[in-house]
Design a protein around this ligand. Structure first.
Ligand code: NAD
Length: 269
């Protein structure tokens, strides 16, 4: 069966129950999460209606390795943004907590997150099940040598007046330990995510526009191997036509409702 909703509309309880049954019966579930899961924690996504790039297309440059390496002004802007980022004060929301709960109630094998904010870990999800496919903002790395260290220490240097801090080990360019556009993913992380997708029988994509490869290739791998595809995302994605179930509502409401169905828990009140 196929469950689908209009843009901005959540699934009916009957459709949620169908998805809950698939999840309860699944042997190996893979969940891919994107920036949309963290918007309700106050961290803007890139391409949603309130997205950082939707509102300021020039900001895309700071996430592109070519511009970052070539232009000190781009690096200074990136560090200024990093110091003042919402990510340092953001807390997990009901959507993150629902993913943690799903992992407790069902056979969630791996959560592949494109998010760099660390909010799955903050919501109590087992770190061994998480693949941070685009890295993390909680560390800084040198682009010239193998140095890697806590982001807080580099941000202290920026706050103390270094507009474009360099590596203290080799003088190289520093960057957050995230994967920028034009930068390769960590091969072991991608291989782990692809293996999990290939073995999954249900693949869920939550809060992602499914427009950034190779992460967007994961649902393709899952579908090729016979998995059901379930998408929760406020806007359309290129995979909507292939999905077995679609929810275009808000994750912070939709995911807790799904968890209640999975656990047969009645809403409070
Ligand atoms: P994206 O910006 O391309 O897409 C996010 C999608 O989430 C949009 O389609 C939007 O409609 C949807 N969305 C937003 N809020 C929602 C909500 N409350 N409920 C349901 N849907 C909602 O993000 P992406 O697909 O993750 O890919 C872009 C890149 O952005 C990734 O590489 C990621 O590393 C990076 N990013 C991460 C963060 C973060 O860590 N929180 C924030 C911004 C960007």
């Amino acid at each position: 069966m196929r469950c689908s909703t209009e843009r901005g509309v959540a699934m009916t309880d009957t459709d949620l129950e169908t998805v809950a049954t698939w999840l309860r019966n699944a042997q190996s579930i893979v969940i891919l999460t994107g920036a949309g899961l963290s918007t309700e924690s106050g961290i803007p996504d890139f391409r949603g209606p309130q997205g950082a790039w939707t509102k300021n297309p020039a900001a895309e440059k700071t996430a592109n390795l070519r511009y970052y390496v070539a232009d000190p002004e781009v690096r200074k802007a990136a560090w200024r943004h990093r110091v003042n980022s919402e990510m340092w004060t953001a807390a997990p929301n009901d959507g993150h907590r629902a993913v943690t709960e799903l992992a407790r109630l069902t056979s969630v094998h791996t959560v592949v997150t494109q998010n760099i904010d660390g909010l799955h870990q903050a919501a109590g999800l087992d770190p061994d099940r998480i693949v941070e496919i685009h890295g993390t903002v909680h560390f800084a790395k040198c682009l010239a040598c193998s140095w890697r260290g806590p982001m807080a220490e580099t941000l202290d240097r920026v706050r103390a007046g270094e507009e474009d801090p360099v590596c203290l080990a080799c003088g190289g360019i520093l960057k957050s330990a995230t994967i920028s556009f034009g930068e390769n993913l960590v091969p072991a992380d991608l291989a782990r995510a692809e293996r999990a997708a290939a073995r999954s029988d249900v693949f869920m994509a939550l809060g992602t526009s499914l427009g950034v490869y190779p992460a967007a290739g994961l649902p393709e791998i899952a579908l090729r191997n016979g998995a059901r595809l379930v998408i929760f995302n406020a806007q359309k994605t290129p995979f909507d036509e292939l999905a077995d179930a679609l929810d275009h509502g808000t994750l912070g409401t939709a995911l807790p409702a799904l968890v209640r169905q999975v656990g047969n828990i009645r809403p409070a009140g």
